[in-house]
Design a binder for this molecule. Structure first.
Ligand code: NAD
Length: 295
Protein backbone atom coordinates (compact mmCIF):
# COMPACT_ATOMS: atom_id res chain seq x y z
CA UNK A 1 0.00 0.00 0.00
CA UNK A 2 1.21 3.47 -0.80
CA UNK A 3 1.84 6.59 1.23
CA UNK A 4 -0.30 9.29 -0.41
CA UNK A 5 -0.91 12.99 0.26
CA UNK A 6 -4.23 14.31 -1.06
CA UNK A 7 -4.77 18.06 -1.38
CA UNK A 8 -8.15 19.63 -2.26
CA UNK A 9 -11.10 17.87 -0.66
CA UNK A 10 -14.01 19.56 -2.43
CA UNK A 11 -16.95 18.04 -4.29
CA UNK A 12 -14.58 15.76 -6.24
CA UNK A 13 -11.46 15.47 -4.10
CA UNK A 14 -13.36 14.46 -0.93
CA UNK A 15 -14.85 11.25 -2.34
CA UNK A 16 -11.68 10.49 -4.33
CA UNK A 17 -9.56 10.63 -1.16
CA UNK A 18 -12.18 8.53 0.58
CA UNK A 19 -11.80 5.80 -2.08
CA UNK A 20 -8.01 5.78 -1.62
CA UNK A 21 -8.57 5.18 2.10
CA UNK A 22 -11.06 2.38 1.37
CA UNK A 23 -8.40 0.76 -0.84
CA UNK A 24 -6.10 0.55 2.18
CA UNK A 25 -3.61 3.35 1.42
CA UNK A 26 -2.11 5.65 4.07
CA UNK A 27 -3.59 9.02 3.16
CA UNK A 28 -2.61 12.43 4.59
CA UNK A 29 -5.14 15.09 3.60
CA UNK A 30 -5.22 18.88 3.40
CA UNK A 31 -7.78 21.52 2.42
CA UNK A 32 -8.36 25.17 3.28
CA UNK A 33 -11.78 24.17 4.71
CA UNK A 34 -11.37 22.45 8.11
CA UNK A 35 -14.79 20.73 7.76
CA UNK A 36 -13.62 18.94 4.60
CA UNK A 37 -10.48 17.76 6.40
CA UNK A 38 -12.44 16.61 9.48
CA UNK A 39 -14.68 14.38 7.37
CA UNK A 40 -11.72 12.52 5.86
CA UNK A 41 -9.98 12.27 9.23
CA UNK A 42 -13.13 10.62 10.59
CA UNK A 43 -12.69 8.02 7.82
CA UNK A 44 -9.09 7.26 8.81
CA UNK A 45 -6.94 9.89 7.08
CA UNK A 46 -4.17 11.79 8.85
CA UNK A 47 -3.61 15.54 8.52
CA UNK A 48 -1.31 18.32 9.71
CA UNK A 49 -1.47 22.06 10.36
CA UNK A 50 0.57 22.77 7.26
CA UNK A 51 0.28 21.24 3.81
CA UNK A 52 4.08 20.94 3.69
CA UNK A 53 3.89 18.49 6.65
CA UNK A 54 1.34 16.33 4.80
CA UNK A 55 3.61 15.73 1.81
CA UNK A 56 6.96 15.11 3.45
CA UNK A 57 6.66 11.29 3.59
CA UNK A 58 4.45 10.84 0.52
CA UNK A 59 5.42 8.76 -2.51
CA UNK A 60 2.38 10.09 -4.38
CA UNK A 61 0.85 13.56 -4.10
CA UNK A 62 -2.65 13.90 -5.59
CA UNK A 63 -4.19 17.36 -5.99
CA UNK A 64 -7.76 18.29 -6.94
CA UNK A 65 -7.94 22.10 -6.96
CA UNK A 66 -10.20 24.59 -8.77
CA UNK A 67 -7.90 26.19 -11.37
CA UNK A 68 -4.35 26.66 -12.71
CA UNK A 69 -3.44 29.51 -10.35
CA UNK A 70 -4.16 27.27 -7.34
CA UNK A 71 -2.01 24.44 -8.72
CA UNK A 72 0.85 26.78 -9.59
CA UNK A 73 0.65 28.46 -6.17
CA UNK A 74 0.58 25.14 -4.32
CA UNK A 75 3.59 23.57 -6.02
CA UNK A 76 5.87 26.38 -7.17
CA UNK A 77 4.53 29.54 -5.47
CA UNK A 78 6.07 31.19 -2.40
CA UNK A 79 7.11 28.39 -0.06
CA UNK A 80 5.63 25.89 -2.58
CA UNK A 81 5.58 22.15 -2.10
CA UNK A 82 8.53 21.85 -4.48
CA UNK A 83 10.62 22.60 -1.38
CA UNK A 84 9.11 19.75 0.64
CA UNK A 85 8.25 16.83 -1.68
CA UNK A 86 10.78 13.95 -1.66
CA UNK A 87 12.80 13.59 -4.89
CA UNK A 88 11.55 10.60 -6.88
CA UNK A 89 7.93 11.10 -5.79
CA UNK A 90 5.09 11.38 -8.29
CA UNK A 91 2.67 14.32 -8.35
CA UNK A 92 -0.70 13.45 -9.88
CA UNK A 93 -2.66 16.64 -10.52
CA UNK A 94 -6.30 15.85 -11.33
CA UNK A 95 -7.53 19.46 -11.45
CA UNK A 96 -8.78 20.76 -14.80
CA UNK A 97 -6.26 23.47 -15.69
CA UNK A 98 -4.53 25.01 -18.70
CA UNK A 99 -1.79 23.16 -20.54
CA UNK A 100 0.62 26.09 -20.04
CA UNK A 101 0.48 25.71 -16.25
CA UNK A 102 1.03 21.95 -16.59
CA UNK A 103 4.19 22.52 -18.62
CA UNK A 104 5.46 25.23 -16.22
CA UNK A 105 4.82 23.24 -13.02
CA UNK A 106 6.03 19.89 -14.41
CA UNK A 107 9.25 21.46 -15.75
CA UNK A 108 10.08 23.15 -12.43
CA UNK A 109 9.31 19.97 -10.46
CA UNK A 110 11.48 17.92 -12.84
CA UNK A 111 14.42 20.20 -11.98
CA UNK A 112 14.10 18.88 -8.41
CA UNK A 113 13.69 15.26 -9.60
CA UNK A 114 9.97 15.28 -8.78
CA UNK A 115 7.80 13.51 -11.38
CA UNK A 116 4.45 14.82 -12.60
CA UNK A 117 1.41 13.70 -14.56
CA UNK A 118 -1.68 15.74 -15.39
CA UNK A 119 -4.68 13.47 -14.80
CA UNK A 120 -7.95 15.40 -15.12
CA UNK A 121 -11.15 13.42 -14.70
CA UNK A 122 -14.59 12.95 -16.13
CA UNK A 123 -17.60 11.38 -14.45
CA UNK A 124 -18.79 14.03 -12.01
CA UNK A 125 -19.37 13.76 -8.28
CA UNK A 126 -21.32 10.51 -8.79
CA UNK A 127 -18.31 8.98 -10.53
CA UNK A 128 -15.97 10.25 -7.81
CA UNK A 129 -18.16 8.66 -5.12
CA UNK A 130 -18.57 5.37 -6.96
CA UNK A 131 -14.88 5.17 -7.93
CA UNK A 132 -15.80 5.02 -11.62
CA UNK A 133 -14.10 8.17 -12.93
CA UNK A 134 -12.34 8.34 -16.28
CA UNK A 135 -8.78 9.68 -16.00
CA UNK A 136 -7.05 11.32 -18.98
CA UNK A 137 -3.36 11.24 -18.24
CA UNK A 138 -0.56 13.34 -19.73
CA UNK A 139 3.05 12.47 -19.00
CA UNK A 140 5.73 9.94 -19.84
CA UNK A 141 4.98 6.20 -20.02
CA UNK A 142 6.95 5.32 -16.87
CA UNK A 143 5.02 7.87 -14.77
CA UNK A 144 1.72 6.78 -16.34
CA UNK A 145 2.47 3.18 -15.34
CA UNK A 146 3.28 4.30 -11.78
CA UNK A 147 0.12 6.39 -11.53
CA UNK A 148 -2.23 3.79 -13.02
CA UNK A 149 -2.65 1.47 -9.99
CA UNK A 150 -3.33 4.50 -7.77
CA UNK A 151 -5.85 5.93 -10.22
CA UNK A 152 -7.58 2.54 -10.50
CA UNK A 153 -8.66 2.98 -6.86
CA UNK A 154 -10.65 6.04 -7.92
CA UNK A 155 -11.67 5.30 -11.49
CA UNK A 156 -12.44 2.57 -13.97
CA UNK A 157 -11.08 4.02 -17.24
CA UNK A 158 -7.47 5.20 -17.18
CA UNK A 159 -6.30 6.62 -20.53
CA UNK A 160 -2.80 7.69 -21.51
CA UNK A 161 -3.56 10.72 -23.70
CA UNK A 162 0.06 11.62 -24.53
CA UNK A 163 2.84 13.79 -23.10
CA UNK A 164 2.50 16.49 -20.40
CA UNK A 165 -0.63 18.58 -20.98
CA UNK A 166 -2.30 16.03 -23.29
CA UNK A 167 -4.66 14.97 -20.49
CA UNK A 168 -5.82 18.57 -20.18
CA UNK A 169 -6.42 18.91 -23.92
CA UNK A 170 -8.54 15.72 -23.87
CA UNK A 171 -10.43 17.04 -20.86
CA UNK A 172 -11.31 20.44 -22.37
CA UNK A 173 -12.47 18.77 -25.60
CA UNK A 174 -14.73 16.52 -23.55
CA UNK A 175 -16.10 19.34 -21.39
CA UNK A 176 -16.74 21.58 -24.37
CA UNK A 177 -18.85 18.76 -25.82
CA UNK A 178 -20.59 18.26 -22.45
CA UNK A 179 -21.48 21.97 -22.26
CA UNK A 180 -22.93 21.86 -25.77
CA UNK A 181 -24.92 18.72 -24.90
CA UNK A 182 -26.21 20.16 -21.61
CA UNK A 183 -27.31 23.46 -23.11
CA UNK A 184 -28.89 21.68 -26.09
CA UNK A 185 -30.70 19.20 -23.85
CA UNK A 186 -31.97 22.01 -21.60
CA UNK A 187 -33.19 23.95 -24.63
CA UNK A 188 -35.01 20.90 -26.04
CA UNK A 189 -36.62 20.01 -22.70
CA UNK A 190 -37.82 23.58 -22.17
CA UNK A 191 -39.23 23.70 -25.73
CA UNK A 192 -41.19 20.55 -24.96
CA UNK A 193 -42.47 21.87 -21.64
CA UNK A 194 -43.45 25.21 -23.24
CA UNK A 195 -45.59 23.13 -25.58
CA UNK A 196 -47.32 21.15 -22.86
CA UNK A 197 -45.08 18.08 -22.58
CA UNK A 198 -44.14 16.56 -19.27
CA UNK A 199 -40.35 16.73 -18.68
CA UNK A 200 -40.15 13.09 -17.58
CA UNK A 201 -42.13 11.81 -20.57
CA UNK A 202 -40.05 13.88 -23.02
CA UNK A 203 -36.83 12.75 -21.33
CA UNK A 204 -37.91 9.10 -21.73
CA UNK A 205 -38.75 9.65 -25.40
CA UNK A 206 -35.42 11.34 -26.19
CA UNK A 207 -33.50 8.72 -24.19
CA UNK A 208 -34.86 6.05 -26.56
CA UNK A 209 -34.42 8.24 -29.64
CA UNK A 210 -31.58 9.84 -31.54
CA UNK A 211 -31.23 12.73 -29.07
CA UNK A 212 -29.95 10.33 -26.40
CA UNK A 213 -26.89 11.62 -24.55
CA UNK A 214 -25.10 11.49 -21.16
CA UNK A 215 -27.06 14.40 -19.67
CA UNK A 216 -30.36 12.58 -20.30
CA UNK A 217 -28.92 9.28 -19.08
CA UNK A 218 -27.53 10.36 -15.74
CA UNK A 219 -27.78 14.15 -15.20
CA UNK A 220 -31.21 15.41 -16.24
CA UNK A 221 -31.41 19.22 -15.78
CA UNK A 222 -35.16 19.25 -14.93
CA UNK A 223 -36.00 19.08 -11.21
CA UNK A 224 -37.83 15.91 -10.20
CA UNK A 225 -37.06 13.80 -13.26
CA UNK A 226 -34.17 11.97 -11.56
CA UNK A 227 -33.26 11.38 -7.95
CA UNK A 228 -29.80 12.14 -6.59
CA UNK A 229 -28.83 14.68 -9.24
CA UNK A 230 -28.20 18.40 -8.59
CA UNK A 231 -31.39 19.49 -10.42
CA UNK A 232 -33.42 17.65 -7.75
CA UNK A 233 -31.40 19.35 -4.99
CA UNK A 234 -31.91 23.00 -6.01
CA UNK A 235 -28.80 22.64 -8.22
CA UNK A 236 -26.50 22.24 -5.22
CA UNK A 237 -23.45 19.94 -5.26
CA UNK A 238 -22.25 18.61 -8.60
CA UNK A 239 -20.20 20.70 -11.03
CA UNK A 240 -20.36 24.44 -10.47
CA UNK A 241 -21.30 26.76 -13.33
CA UNK A 242 -18.16 28.79 -12.53
CA UNK A 243 -16.01 25.70 -13.15
CA UNK A 244 -17.77 24.90 -16.42
CA UNK A 245 -17.28 28.53 -17.53
CA UNK A 246 -13.58 28.17 -16.62
CA UNK A 247 -13.26 24.94 -18.65
CA UNK A 248 -14.93 26.55 -21.66
CA UNK A 249 -12.46 29.43 -21.41
CA UNK A 250 -9.65 26.84 -21.44
CA UNK A 251 -11.21 25.20 -24.52
CA UNK A 252 -11.33 28.59 -26.28
CA UNK A 253 -7.68 29.32 -25.38
CA UNK A 254 -6.72 25.91 -26.77
CA UNK A 255 -8.68 26.59 -29.97
CA UNK A 256 -6.98 29.97 -30.44
CA UNK A 257 -3.56 28.37 -30.08
CA UNK A 258 -4.31 25.67 -32.68
CA UNK A 259 -6.37 28.06 -34.89
CA UNK A 260 -9.32 25.65 -34.65
CA UNK A 261 -12.94 26.66 -35.25
CA UNK A 262 -15.24 25.98 -32.31
CA UNK A 263 -18.50 27.86 -32.95
CA UNK A 264 -20.65 25.63 -30.72
CA UNK A 265 -18.06 25.84 -27.94
CA UNK A 266 -17.94 29.63 -28.27
CA UNK A 267 -21.71 29.87 -27.91
CA UNK A 268 -21.65 27.51 -24.93
CA UNK A 269 -18.88 29.58 -23.30
CA UNK A 270 -20.98 32.71 -23.63
CA UNK A 271 -24.12 31.00 -22.31
CA UNK A 272 -22.37 29.63 -19.23
CA UNK A 273 -20.45 32.89 -18.61
CA UNK A 274 -23.74 34.82 -18.81
CA UNK A 275 -25.44 32.33 -16.50
CA UNK A 276 -22.57 32.57 -14.00
CA UNK A 277 -22.66 36.37 -14.19
CA UNK A 278 -26.36 36.33 -13.34
CA UNK A 279 -25.60 34.89 -9.90
CA UNK A 280 -25.59 31.16 -10.70
CA UNK A 281 -21.83 30.60 -10.52
CA UNK A 282 -21.94 28.36 -7.46
CA UNK A 283 -24.93 26.36 -8.70
CA UNK A 284 -24.51 23.16 -10.69
CA UNK A 285 -24.03 23.69 -14.44
CA UNK A 286 -27.31 21.88 -15.25
CA UNK A 287 -29.06 25.00 -13.86
CA UNK A 288 -28.43 26.47 -17.34
CA UNK A 289 -31.99 25.28 -18.05
CA UNK A 290 -33.26 28.27 -16.04
CA UNK A 291 -31.91 30.52 -18.79
CA UNK A 292 -34.40 29.03 -21.25
CA UNK A 293 -37.41 29.35 -18.96
CA UNK A 294 -39.82 32.15 -19.84
CA UNK A 295 -40.67 34.41 -16.91
P1 NAD B 1 -14.46 22.41 -5.30
O1 NAD B 1 -14.43 23.88 -5.36
O2 NAD B 1 -15.64 21.68 -4.73
O3 NAD B 1 -13.14 21.87 -4.50
C1 NAD B 1 -11.88 22.47 -4.58
C2 NAD B 1 -11.25 22.36 -3.20
O4 NAD B 1 -9.90 22.83 -3.28
C3 NAD B 1 -11.95 23.21 -2.13
O5 NAD B 1 -12.34 22.39 -1.04
C4 NAD B 1 -10.89 24.25 -1.73
O6 NAD B 1 -10.94 24.60 -0.37
C5 NAD B 1 -9.62 23.48 -2.05
N1 NAD B 1 -8.45 24.33 -2.23
C6 NAD B 1 -8.28 25.39 -3.04
N2 NAD B 1 -7.02 25.89 -2.94
C7 NAD B 1 -6.38 25.08 -2.06
C8 NAD B 1 -5.07 25.05 -1.53
N3 NAD B 1 -4.13 25.94 -1.89
N4 NAD B 1 -4.75 24.08 -0.64
C9 NAD B 1 -5.67 23.18 -0.25
N5 NAD B 1 -6.94 23.15 -0.72
C10 NAD B 1 -7.29 24.09 -1.61
O7 NAD B 1 -14.18 21.89 -6.80
P2 NAD B 1 -14.46 20.43 -7.42
O8 NAD B 1 -15.83 20.40 -8.00
O9 NAD B 1 -14.02 19.40 -6.44
O10 NAD B 1 -13.47 20.50 -8.69
C11 NAD B 1 -12.06 20.36 -8.53
C12 NAD B 1 -11.45 20.27 -9.92
O11 NAD B 1 -12.02 19.15 -10.61
C13 NAD B 1 -11.70 21.51 -10.80
O12 NAD B 1 -10.57 21.78 -11.58
C14 NAD B 1 -12.87 21.06 -11.68
O13 NAD B 1 -12.90 21.76 -12.91
C15 NAD B 1 -12.58 19.57 -11.84
N6 NAD B 1 -13.75 18.72 -12.09
C16 NAD B 1 -14.90 18.84 -11.37
C17 NAD B 1 -15.98 18.00 -11.65
C18 NAD B 1 -17.27 18.09 -10.88
O14 NAD B 1 -18.27 17.46 -11.31
N7 NAD B 1 -17.33 18.83 -9.76
C19 NAD B 1 -15.86 17.00 -12.63
C20 NAD B 1 -14.66 16.88 -13.31
C21 NAD B 1 -13.60 17.73 -13.04
Amino acid sequence: MANIAFIGLGNMGGPMASNLLKSGHQVAVFDLFPEAVAKLVSEGASTADKVSECVKDAEFIVSMLPAGKHVEGLYIGDDGLINYIKPGSLVIDSSTIDKGTVIKVSTELANKDINFVDAPVSGGVGGAQAGTLSFMVGGNVADFNLAKPILENMGKNIFHAGSHGAGQVAKVCNNMLLAVLMSGTAEALQLGMDNGLDAEVLSDIMLQSSGRNWTLEVYNPCPGVMENVPSSNDYNGGFMTNLMAKDLGLAMDTAVQSQSSTPMGALARNLFALHAGQGNGSKDFSSIIKMFKKT
